[in-house]
Design a protein around this ligand. Structure first.
Ligand code: FUB
Length: 350
């Protein structure tokens, strides 16, 4: 997740239809797709929703679900949760403290569970403590993936941080990943951790967020957003904001690791193109135009697919790919994953 300054909004001046069918959702801006095959045999995804006018991460106020019988034709089932479900109908969302960021939705025991980060304000204790805003994993439930969800927990005790993702193993055990680095078993009630969280270790030592877990050939494949390269601000060499970003992956014999780092899941790209220095060789091509990264993998009819987002559609609407598009006008894309030998993924090119 990168610095939020300088979120200037450009006008959509290009009305020519987008020339490609990836991104798969083009009537609205979507990000952070979490794909799963549901009992109806279709692929479903819940996504964050970026505001039609951009405006930064603070303008993300709802989740939509989508389904597809074939990975090509997608139905928008509309909004399944709104920020007002979290803060109450009479409140006004205040900036990023109340934005709805990357979610996950999973089927378990005849119900659909939606996991998402909720910020809770701490430290306003009569002036003695500093105001501190912490994200926890919240859970909402529904009888169907296209119906409005009802919040059943605003805080899974023990969780801290954004980007929750749930994985259910072949033996029925449930795992929750959250907050950049952590993983833990989930109890059958789906709203409590079962034991202590474990720090997910991948032996590449890069910053992680947006963990996704999938299983193939008996191995556990962790994928995540890694930041690497030079610090964006050279005066702050420890800053996690780096000039490159991509999805990386590793494998393990256990869903809680440790993981052996395997390599990039998609291509390298320059980031912070709005705020930071442009890389000298940065090319404005559609499959490289994005400033945040968040992936999800699903197996459908024997093939694995990577879901990710770019800001190529936004770029197209602004100026036919001459610029990077708007930071928070992202769009979900899908590509097949090719496993070149049972243990390596060929980096995905759109
Ligand atoms: O979409 C908001 C945030 O940006 C997500 O939580 C991160 O994973 C990144 O995609």
């Amino acid at each position: 997740l990168f610095s939020l300054s300088g979120l200037a909004q450009k006008k959509n001046s290009n009305t020519t239809p987008y020339p490609y069918n990836n991104p798969v959702i083009q009537h609205m801006y979507t990000a952070d797709a979490a794909p799963h095959v549901m009992p109806d045999g279709k692929v479903w995804m819940v996504t964050s929703v970026d505001h039609e006018n951009g405006g930064g991460y603070s303008t993300m106020h709802k989740y939509h679900t989508f389904s597809s019988p074939d990975m090509v034709n997608w139905t928008d089932h509309g909004e399944v949760l709104n920020i007002y479900d979290v803060i109450g109908a009479n409140e006004e969302p205040e900036g990023e403290d109340w934005a709805l960021w990357a979610p996950d939705m999973i089927y378990y025991n005849n119900k659909y569970y939606l996991y998402f980060p909720v910020r809770i304000v701490l430290g306003e204790d009569g002036g003695e403590g500093n105001r501190e805003v912490i994200s926890y994993t919240a859970v909402a439930v529904s009888d169907a993936p296209d119906k409005h969800f009802k919040i059943i927990s605003k805080k899974i005790e023990g969780t801290r941080g954004i980007d929750p993702a749930v994985f259910i193993d072949d033996d029925g055990e449930r795992y929750l990943y959250y907050g950049q680095h952590f993983g833990a078993k989930l109890k059958e009630n789906m709203i409590e951790l079962d034991g202590e969280p474990v720090k997910m270790e991948v032996d590449d030592n890069r910053f992680m967020e947006a963990i996704w877990m999938n299983k193939k050939a008996g191995k556990y494949w962790i994928s995540y957003h890694s930041h690497y390269g030079k610090p964006v601000n050279p005066e702050n060499p420890d800053d996690i904001n780096r000039d490159k970003s991509r999805l990386d992956y590793g494998i393990s014999d256990s869903p809680l690791g440790p993981f052996e780092y395997k390599g990039p899941l998609n291509f390298e790209l320059g980031v912070n193109v709005q705020n930071g220095p442009k890389l000298p060789n940065y090319e404005y091509v559609p499959w490289r135009l994005y400033q945040s990264n968040h992936g999800g993998i699903v197996e459908f009819h024997g093939t694995e697919y990577l879901f990710y987002h770019t800001s190529a559609l936004s770029s197209w609407r602004q100026d036919s790919f001459k610029g990077p598009g708007t930071w928070t006008q992202r769009s979900v894309c899908i590509d097949k994953i090719e496993y070149s030998d049972g243990e390596t993924i060929r980096p995905v090119q759109q």
